[in-house]
Design a protein around this ligand. Structure first.
Ligand SMILES: [Zn+2]
Length: 174
């Protein structure tokens, strides 16, 4: 009896290993899909805001959408940003509300092109610094350009191709 038990355990372990070890290529997202966290809709191989779905009545969705978690919500849940914007300088302190409003307005515009481009967190650091994290590396760069355009200042863009991480440093003192 004991021998039989042992054998069945081994079989079970093997099966688990087999599943864990099989590296299947990432599957295409099932369509239509809806993010169970933010409600954004994936159809026609792109994400849209739920209210934009009404415009795509040319593709009536007969089947109920698959519940998924979009990449932006996944990053938010895991706390792993794709972009960082570091703001500093006396000008930031003097125009703090105005500057944070500009960042959020720019993010809202970016979301019209890609709903998965979002600001994750705006965090006030000591020494009059602000760190903004984003779900896409592109949004961090876009925020940097928006700051540059609106307020000049000094901007530096860093991009790590290894982990696709964008870091933007913006500073203006006076
Ligand atoms: Zn989502």
């Amino acid at each position: 009896m004991q021998g039989y038990k042992q054998q069945s355990n081994q079989t079970y372990t093997k099966r688990v290993d087999h599943i864990a070890g099989s590296h299947r290529p990432p599957q295409a997202m099932p369509e239509p899909a809806v993010c169970t966290v933010c409600g954004d809709v994936y159809a026609d191989r792109r994400w849209t805001k739920p209210d934009a779905e009404r415009q795509s009545t040319k593709h009536p969705h007969v089947r109920p959408p698959h519940g998924v978690i979009c990449l932006a919500c996944k990053r938010q849940a895991d706390g792993i940003p794709s972009g960082y914007v570091y703001l500093s300088g006396a000008f930031l302190t003097a125009h703090f509300d105005e500057i944070t409003r500009l960042l959020h307005n720019e993010a809202a515009r970016a979301a019209e092109d890609n709903p998965l481009a979002r600001i994750m967190e705006t965090k006030q650091e000591p020494d009059a610094q602000l760190t903004v994290t984003t779900t896409t590396e592109h949004l961090a760069q876009r925020l940097g350009r928006a700051l540059e355009k609106a307020y000049d200042g000094e901007v530096r863009y860093d991009f790590s191709h290894e982990n696709k991480l964008a870091r933007v440093y913006w500073q203006r003192d006076a």
